[in-house]
Write a protein that binds this ligand. Structure first.
Ligand code: CAO
Length: 417
């Protein structure tokens, strides 16, 4: 049995943050019913299309294992159907702009009246405060959560990361909140409100930078390259390039072939415990006992020199050879993998982290699978639904409308053509 089998989710999400959350719940076996605007559905169905008139990869990769019902929830008949869904489901998940659900007539108070056991979960850009009414997309959250100001190179522009920490990151937080509330409902018998703000989610992932903010107020951040370069620190955490965020200095270094391959690099960490092995590998055995290099503190002002010496060696090896040589010595290194390499990686396919899915109108495509593995409840990744593919089965099997009533609902136009 799947871990969340029997749990019904009213999925009122769109774009990325909300759909990430409900997809995770669906992968674990919840019955996720995606309510979509008739005719158009989730706007991502039509965004960044690679094949004309076919659901985009943007949509298909975020909506696996769900069922789709078309429903105009601003029409009175549509609202009545939505009410029945609220009464039938365990969880309502939404990520509309602030106030949209209230305007539709489904405030938290109303939802509780309809179903006191319902858990109502929302992603918003900001929590309560001056920005609570703002619409927010991924990069806005990265900027407001402290990620952009601390990413990139000193003296250059703040930079956003390709990892969708605001959207997918917050979706994961919301899923965690929902499962926690479901657990709590076992004893309380009551649903509750779950909210996750994107700014909060990004800041949570930037905690090492909030740590460094408090450190920089007391003195220089000695593990940052800028310390060794003699550049003074200001009063806020600076951009640290590719310096390691932890206590063990690390950098991205060139490997053999870097002149022509933009991803021929390795991340190399000078972990203190294996310093002697590093000295042997890079041909600097004299640094093992030299008081200027032997201890982490002695190395801090010389990190540029240390990493230049390591890079002289890494440039003689491919990024995979660096891994093969360093791993047996417990030296932490990692190749910079291109998306092409990740997509072709057999071990990621074997674990279901990358999956191939078949789709009736687009054919085969690659997607990410569930990054969390349960030993007794494996996830099976099923294709995303076509728009309104399950409208009738949801009306009859989930909501128990009669054939006659379903005809009337269709005739009213609230479930599309
Ligand atoms: N039937 C009828 N109306 C529907 C409907 C349906 N099935 N589904 C949605 N709608 C309506 C909503 O009620 C809303 O109407 P009003 O504005 O009149 O109240 C309208 O569609 C648009 O919803 P929206 O404001 O959420 O959408 P948007 O495209 O204008 O904004 C976004 C998108 C993402 C900026 C906004 O939803 C948002 O800030 N969400 C919260 C933060 C978030 O999740 N951001 C991440 C998105 S991924 O990068």
């Amino acid at each position: 049995m799947k871990a969340l089998e029997g749990i019904k989710i009213l999925d009122f999400t769109h774009v990325q943050s909300g759909p990430t959350c409900t997809q995770l719940l669906a992968w674990f076996g919840a019955d996720v019913i995606k309510v979509e605007r008739p005719g158009t559905g989730d706007p991502t169905r039509g965004q960044l299309r690679d094949i004309p008139d076919v659901d985009s990869l943007y949509f298909t990769m975020l909506n696996h294992n769900k069922r789709s019902i078309e429903l105009n929830t601003k029409d009175e008949i549509g609202k009545a159907v939505l009410e029945r869904l609220v009464q039938t489901c365990d969880v309502l998940v939404e990520n509309f702009a602030p106030g949209a659900l209230d305007r539709m007539g489904f405030s938290w108070e109303r939802v509780q009246e309809l179903n006191p056991r319902m858990i109502m979960a929302s992603v918003k850009g900001f929590g309560p405060g001056p920005y609570q009414d703002c619409k927010v997309y991924e990069n806005v959250a990265q900027c407001a959560g402290g990620a952009a100001s601390t990413t990139g190179y000193l003296g250059e522009l703040p930079t956003v990361t390709g990892a969708q920490i605001g959207d997918s990151g917050t979706g994961m937080n919301l899923a965690f909140g929902i499962v926690t509330a479901l657990f709590h409902r076992e004893s309380s018998g009551k649903g509750q409100r779950v909210t996750a703000a994107m700014q909060d989610g990004v800041l949570n992932l930037c905690r090492v930078k909030l740590r460094d903010q408090q450190r920089v107020e007391k003195g220089p951040l000695t593990e940052y390259s800028q310390f060794g370069e003699g550049i003074p620190f200001g009063d806020a955490v600076p951009r640290a390039g590719n310096d390691s965020g932890g206590g063990q200095p690390g950098r991205i270094l060139k490997c053999k072939g870097w002149e022509t391959d933009p991803d021929s690099y390795t991340y190399f960490i000078t972990q203190a415990a294996v310093w002697k092995s590093i000295c042997d590998v890079i041909g600097k055995p004299e640094w093992k006992e030299d008081e200027n290099y032997a201890t982490p503190n002695a190395r801090l002002p010389r990190l540029n020199e240390v990493f230049e010496a390591i890079e002289e060696w890494t440039m003689t090896q491919t990024k995979f050879e660096v891994m093969e040589i360093c791993n047996p010595l417990d030296i932490p290194v990692g190749p910079i993998l291109s998306m092409k390499e990740v997509a072709a990686d057999q071990s990621l396919r074997d674990t279901g982290t990358v999956v191939e899915v078949d789709h009736p109108t687009r054919g085969k495509y690659l997607s990410v699978g569930n990054p969390v593995k349960l030993s007794d409840s494996p996830s099976e990744v099923k294709r995303s639904p076509l728009l309104g593919e399950h409208t009738d089965e949801i009306l009859s099997e989930v909501l128990n409308y009669t054939e006659e009533e379903i005809k009337e609902i269709h005739a009213s136009g609230v479930v599309g053509k």
